[in-house]
Design a protein around this ligand. Structure first.
Ligand code: 5AD
Ligand code: FES
Length: 344
């Protein structure tokens, strides 16, 4: 096993069989996390980038079986932030030192291409030194291009699972894995910095699926790779499925760091939700991004993709200082800049 790890650290790749073996054992975890931290420090030192997350709508036309804001969940109180609300979040975030805003939402028909463009243009005008990231699902290539022209420069769209059969077990027939992958390549072609990723421990997931996820990422070469444990939501068809595991998520973060030394890898909210120190453990296993919540406190509980989401009661300023402390205690340092990927 040690040889496998050494090979991965030196060559940033492994044959399928060795990769699966590494994912299936906990024997290497200590050494794996150390190797990941070494590789991360070579490229990024102790720097941790912050992205201010604005969850601007929990309406969604899709019905993903795992997601708490799926269309068929009649128990969710739906909300939308207005353009003014969104801009106010950015203003507050800017004052707190954020230079990247992530606008995330369900696939909400109210936010047409034109409305999204108007919001992006206005943020671009008011905050010319900031990166604008969209995370609003699947669109036509022409719409992605319009958002880009309006001033968006990054896009997050997890592929969720690279295996076509597994994808169909997580999503109703109206969604297709081929289209989702098409979207990711469209975004890259347009010139976005792209983030993709997957859930760890989603229902029916096998090690072979995870291996396929890593292979897909090698093909896509995204700038950012976001993963987190699958967390059960009680008002979805997957209500009886168990949570994904903290250990396997950390192992995958480390493997991602070794395979993609250049990547921006967030210690996600889901990781912080499954364990109180989850994000800190993620940083020590190779993650280098945190995404505190800038959404108004009044709506935070309503954007619940999964149960028991953290930070729903904190003001943005509290989230910022809380994370600052946590990152420092883990031995890293938050930096205030737009935090671009370092490909070499
Ligand atoms: N548990 C963990 N992550 C989830 N997501 C959606 N639902 C859940 C859940 N129940 C993730 C998906 C999506 C991202 C915004 O949140 O991967 O892409
Ligand atoms: Fe929100 Fe800690 S990051 S309170």
């Amino acid at each position: 096993m040690q040889e496998i790890l050494t090979a991965l650290e030196q060559r940033h790749d492994l044959p399928d069989e060795a990769l699966c073996a590494l994912l299936e054992t906990d024997a290497m975890d200590g050494a794996l996390f150390q190797a990941a931290d070494r590789i991360r420090r070579e490229r990024y030192g102790t720097e941790v980038f912050v992205r201010g997350l604005i969850e601007f709508t929990n309406y969604c036309r899709n019905d993903c079986y795992y997601c708490g804001i799926r269309r068929s969940n009649g128990k969710v109180q739906r909300y939308r932030l207005s353009r003014e609300d969104i801009l106010a979040c950015c203003t507050e975030g800017y004052a707190l030192g954020f230079r990247t805003f992530v606008l995330q939402g369900g696939e909400d028909a109210y936010f047409t291409e034109q409305r999204v463009c108007e919001i992006v243009s206005e943020i671009r005008e008011r905050f010319p030194d900031c990166a604008i990231t969209l995370s609003i699902g699947e669109w036509e290539k022409s719409s992605y291009a319009a958002f880009f022209r309006a001033g968006a420069n990054r896009y997050l769209l997890r592929h969720e699972t690279a295996d076509l059969v597994h994808y169909r077990r997580l999503h109703p027939g109206a969604m297709s894995p081929e289209h989702r992958k098409r979207c990711l390549f469209d975004l890259k072609e347009i010139g976005y910095q792209v983030g993709s990723g997957f859930m760890v421990g989603s229902p029916f997931q096998t090690t072979a699926h995870l291996c396929a996820d890593l292979r897909f990422l090698q093909e896509l070469k995204p700038d950012m790779i976001g993963i987190g444990p699958y967390l059960t939501h009680g008002d979805t068809p997957f209500r009886t499925q168990p949570n994904g595991s903290l250990e396997l998520t950390l192992r995958l973060i480390a493997v991602l760091r070794l395979m993609f030394p250049y990547a921006l890898i967030p210690a996600t909210t889901a990781l912080g939700t499954i364990h109180p120190q989850g994000r800190e453990m993620g940083l020590k296993a190779g993650a280098n991004v945190v995404m505190p919540n800038l959404s108004p406190v009044s709506v935070r509980k309503l954007y619940s993709l999964y149960a028991d989401k953290i930070c729903t009661g904190e003001e943005s300023a509290q989230c910022r200082s809380c994370l600052e402390r946590r990152v420092a205690a883990a031995g890293y340092a938050i930096v205030t800049d737009i935090g671009d990927v370092r490909r070499n």
